[in-house]
Design a protein around this ligand. Structure first.
Ligand SMILES: NC(=O)c1ccc[n+]([C@@H]2O[C@H](COP(=O)([O-])OP(=O)(O)OC[C@H]3O[C@@H](n4cnc5c(N)ncnc54)[C@H](O)[C@@H]3O)[C@@H](O)[C@H]2O)c1
Length: 343
């Protein structure tokens, strides 16, 4: 039996773009040790293994599940396979950190929650943006009561598109709501976390953007939360010039003031209230060398909760409520009507 001081042994599944950020994160989490990786494309798995300095490489995740000496999987594969892999991992006695969105349907999400309960294993949706220093500063300013009770949030996430017309075939089968569901999990999670409440009614609208692309490139959602607050989101990849940075502008109106995260150039959080104007701080974006990079923080906090039995920083039940709101927004996009979120 492994000593309680031995590091948590991790297999990373899905060795594409985001796996590099997770790899950089593990370098700052001494309690965890990456021992294996898996990708359906062997060259991707081999390439990741080379960078991670590991030798155990798989192309079928089921071969990872039979390993009794692996404690946890880190699921960085494409969205559509998250639920299947997470449920297999929990059933084989492993903990699962799951990239967002952790499931593609409410039924899948409920099944993961249920399986985690039945097996006593831990599972968490990896919401890295919560650990961006500027978002932590905004949350702290909000929770300190600096603007009273929040009543309205506007959250805007633009960046230049990562799809290109000369690769149109790769996107041909993507649904119109792909940007909303894929990136909106960040927006809906951030809003629910900041407001400490869940969406109860959503109305989404979109613009299709470029003609060759089935994905709608601009999506805006009006959301009402259980605590009465209202919010407006924008997922935007439309017509941005190449190099326009991914960023997240957030503006919160409260009963006693306004908070403003001006992200694109300054990453500055400002408070406007009865005391006047106060710059809470300018917060750098992360770099892979920093132990406080969001991916290191989310992995570290998940691993620590697994090892101590402590609370998860992002409880799975919370993420399920976020997912219900997000998928109701996808339904609204399809019908053009506002949708009540059922829990
Ligand atoms: N937290 C963030 O900020 C953030 C940013 C980008 C992506 N993501 C999430 O990370 C996940 C991966 O995104 P990406 O950009 O790295 O995508 P990607 O397409 O670059 O990589 C996904 C990898 O999964 C592999 N894969 C597919 N099916 C598999 C299976 N059954 N078993 C093992 N591997 C499989 C693919 O071959 C590919 O290499 C997505 O869920 C995405 O939403 C999160």
């Amino acid at each position: 039996m492994a000593s309680p001081d031995a590091p948590t042994r991790v297999a990373l599944i899905g060795c594409g773009g985001i796996s590099g950020n997770h790899l950089a994160g593990y370098r700052h989490v001494p309690e965890a040790e990456l021992v294996a990786c898996c990708d359906v494309l062997e060259e991707k798995a081999q390439e990741f293994a080379g960078r991670a300095g590991i030798s155990e490489v798989y192309t079928d995740y089921r071969d990872v599940m039979v390993r009794d000496d692996i404690d946890m999987v880190d699921i960085c594969a494409i969205d559509e396979v998250h639920a299947e892999i997470a449920i297999a991992a929990l059933r084989s006695g492993k903990h699962a950190l799951i990239e967002k969105p952790f499931a593609m349907t409410v039924e899948e999400g409920e099944a993961i929650v249920q399986t985690a309960r039945e097996t006593g294993r831990r599972a968490m949706c990896a919401q890295s943006l919560r650990w961006a220093p500027k978002n932590l500063a905004l949350k702290e300013a909000l929770d300190s009561g600096s603007i009273g009770e929040p009543v309205y949030v506007r959250l805007c996430m633009p960046s230049s598109p990562f799809w290109r017309e000369d690769q149109a075939e790769a996107y041909a089968s993507r649904p119109a709501d792909w940007l909303l569901v894929h990136n909106g999990m960040h927006s809906f999670d951030l809003l629910s976390w900041l407001l400490d409440s869940s969406p109860v009614r959503v109305h989404a609208r979109s613009h299709p953007g470029q003609q060759w692309l089935p994905v709608h490139e601009y999506v805006t959602c009006s959301i009402r939360f259980g605590n009465g607050a209202i919010a407006q989101t924008e997922e935007n990849r439309i017509m941005q010039p190449s190099g326009y940075p991914f960023h997240c502008e957030i503006y919160v109106v409260g009963t006693e003031g306004t908070l403003d995260l001006s992200d694109r150039l300054t990453h500055a959080v400002s408070v406007y209230n009865r005391d006047g104007y106060n710059l809470v701080g300018a917060h750098t974006t992360w770099s892979p060398e920093q132990p406080n990079m969001p991916f290191a923080c989310e992995i570290r906090e998940f691993v620590r909760a697994v090892r101590t039995g402590g609370d998860l920083p992002v409880p799975l039940e919370f993420s399920l409520e976020v997912l219900r709101g997000l998928l109701a927004a996808a339904q609204s996009l399809a019908t053009g009507e506002a949708v009540e979120v059922r829990s």
